[in-house]
Design a binder for this molecule. Structure first.
Ligand code: DP6
Length: 361
């Protein structure tokens, strides 16, 4: 599908008011999206596990305006409180998606949102938040165009979410989602995420992700600024090619179930992401001493036990621990005894791979 396919024909129904609630998960990239072109087009393809319990719940209430006006009319509440600091981000999102949702200025909106994960935990909420909002707006569009197909609904939700935050387009569906063109073998697109439909070995079923909250502070570099650092970066082209190669490797790994190869690709991706940040201009060092302590402990643990615990990182100091379901018991014990000490206030979140967003009402 192309951008034009997401511009709707005149709507067949009218809707005066209503409300809708969606719950949408976060996701964790295995091959990282880092670097973008204009209009939220990724510089390289990425793939992620959709998470299960780290979610944003968003209720969108809408009412037709009595008087037509030429601005977006919305109120924002985050966890029960008015949140004006989020306004610019939502305003920008609405501007970007307006041509695809031409009804936006006809309604007054109230957006109520909350996260299942602790407030300011340093967990990126933009993927779950933007995808939940995109889905709510799509539910309204579906009321205006009741003939809309399921497939169009899903694709366009992902397309819109991407315009809010790139990685958000990978949060609509589960369990593995590819975003970005890759030799066309995945029928993937730069415009939206698609489910990875190949056979996936049972070793990856119900894969676990425990998120260690190493640093809950404000992000040192916003991802938008981070992506920009890839423009003119000395290693950019090589890195983008590597992402393609790693996605090909993962495709084979998911088929064969080779957990040792999985670890090599995933950890290399995480460290490459940070290496890109360390070698950009300006440079950033986003790992903390505790991040490194955890990584070294993981290496030791693997050496001693032969288990398949591995780590990945986002653009921050927190560590995602990925491991197979059947190694859960021993791994959780190791986390509690050896890794918890490196988390702020001993906090970590046990999550797992999930199946995507859910409509609650
Ligand atoms: C390091 O999706 O947050 O988590 O498109 O500017 O909103 P914007 O960026 P964002 O970038 C996420 C980067 C990452 C890697 C990934 O999730 O693939």
């Amino acid at each position: 599908m192309t951008e034009k396919d997401f511009i709707p024909n005149p709507y067949s129904a009218t809707v005066e008011q209503g409300e809708v609630t969606w719950q949408s998960p976060s996701n964790i990239a295995l091959v990282k999206y880092w670097g973008k072109l204009e209009h939220q087009i990724p510089a390289n393809p990425s793939i992620s596990f959709t998470l299960d319990s780290c979610r944003t719940t968003t209720t969108l209430k809408f009412r037709k305006k009595e008087q037509i006006s030429d601005d977006f009319d919305f109120e924002l509440e985050f966890e029960g409180e008015k949140k004006d600091s989020f306004r610019p981000k939502i305003q920008k999102f609405l501007e970007r998606v307006e041509q695809y949702l031409p009804f936006l200025k006809d309604y007054e909106f109230s957006i109520e949102t909350s996260n299942s994960f602790p407030h300011s935990s340093g967990i990126a909420s933009s993927a779950s938040g933007m995808s939940a909002l995109a889905l709510c707006l799509m539910s309204l569009e579906k009321q205006l165009n009741p003939e809309m197909s399921e497939e169009y609904f899903t694709r366009k939700s992902s397309f819109l979410a991407r315009l809010g935050s790139g990685s958000a387009c990978r949060s609509i569906e589960g369990e593995l989602v590819v975003w970005g063109l890759q030799n066309n073998i995945y029928q993937s697109s730069d415009l939206y995420g698609v489910r990875f439909r190949d056979e996936v070995h049972e070793n990856f079923r119900n894969y676990r992700d425990t998120i260690l909250l190493v640093d809950k502070g404000e992000k040192q570099v916003s991802s938008t600024v981070g992506h920009e650092l890839m423009n003119g970066h000395a290693y950019a082209e090589r890195r983008f090619r590597q992402a393609h190669d790693n996605l090909d490797r993962l495709k084979e790994i998911f088929r064969s179930g080779d957990l040792s190869e999985f670890i090599k690709v995933v950890e290399s991706e995480a460290l490459t992401l940070h290496a890109m940040m360390m070698t950009s201009e300006p440079y950033f060092l986003l790992m903390k001493p505790n991040t490194l302590a955890i990584i070294n402990k993981i290496f030791e643990f693997r050496e001693e036990t032969g288990l398949h615990l591995c780590f990945t990182l986002d653009a921050g100091a927190n560590v995602h621990l990925l491991y197979p379901e059947k190694e859960e018991e021993l791994t959780l014990e190791f986390i509690e005894v050896e890794l918890k000490q490196y988390c702020q206030n001993g906090q970590y979140i046990n999550d797992r791979v999930g199946s995507g967003a859910r409509k609650l009402a």
